[in-house]
Ligand binder design. Sequence first.
Ligand SMILES: Cc1cc2nc3c(=O)[nH]c(=O)nc-3n(C[C@H](O)[C@H](O)[C@H](O)COP(=O)(O)O)c2cc1C
Length: 369
Amino acid sequence: MAGMTDTAFRRLVKRHGGCGLVVTEMVSSEGLVRGIDRTLEFAEYTEEERPIAIQIFGGDPEKMAAAAQIVEGMGADIVDVNMGCPVPKIASHNAGCSLMREPEHAAGVIAAMVKAVKIPVTVKMRAGWNDAERNAPALAKMVEEAGASAIAVHGRTAAQSYSGSADWDLVSEVADGVTIPVFGSGDCVEPEQVVARLRSGVAGVLVGRGVLRNPWILAQAEELAAGRTPRAVSLEDRGRFLFDYIELLQHERVRDPEGFRHLAPCTAHPACTAHPACTAHPAPCTLHSAPSSHDKWIVNKIRALGSWYTKGLENGSRLRTAINSAGALSELQDVVAGFFFATDNQPNELPDMAHERSPDTSRQMSRYF
Ligand SMILES: Cc1cc2nc3c(=O)[nH]c(=O)nc-3n(C[C@H](O)[C@H](O)[C@H](O)COP(=O)(O)O)c2cc1C
């Protein structure tokens, strides 16, 4: 999920169990092909995340094929194509969900990619563009014929964005119409819902927002499906998750042991020693290896996660405001400690919000979905 499921987050979720496949944030095919460093980090992954799909977006068959080759060269297990993003910035460039409006062209993109790589090419789509164009069942057949290995369907149209509910009958219709595996997506935010949908005839379930709210949801669903009582998650567990995430982020975009991180090729900064192909220059490319203010970057990451992670928690909105008000990383760590690690003598505490300012998470998220 764009802006959310970075490599550190994916590693942590995997460590908590129940997770089969992870998918990167969507990556621009154009950016990959041109080696634009700000794009490349979205494609990074580490061994512990396998099996991993790198999701790319774009509408040009040649560029998508070239980007698929880069993804394959990075050692990813699967290259996934985004045909679901409704955001105008993406969709207006003949990519994301707007590809669903040109099914022949969309199938051509898949055919070009399948021809270019040996790894499986998969497709993530929505129900369709709008109510008048709910063409996921027809498009699924076309991309299957073009060589796609699996399809995931979010059962809402682009016009719906997140309103209403996901149409799982349509997901089943897609699954009935093709022979390749079909994964359903939409509204599985409780472990019980994940298990119920897994039993509805799909090959698998994609969990999006549910995992941002509750990173244990996959482990809990696995336990439920096996007839066991799902593990309870305490406030301390939730606090520890945030601290673990912060710690992993502190090690992100700084030096790693050789072979730890799979990097996309950086052509924009040929002197980049973070990129394995470059051996000539001893100095690391700061643009590709570390953001200018690492702590600020971490604070922004926690703010973005906080807008989901605090939902449904008692005092969650106060916590959200406190997270958004913390300027420095140390302040943020105090907020997390005070809220999640309260003792009997000292109940959950949040700092005084006298200097409260409005959260900027909605602005961050509006970039995506
Ligand atoms: C913040 C956010 C970012 C997302 N980014 C992507 C993305 O990059 N690629 C994609 O295929 N879907 C993306 N999605 C859509 C989800 O994968 C999923 O299909 C949708 O949220 C419905 O599932 P859910 O109810 O489990 O969240 C995103 C969703 C959210 C909320």
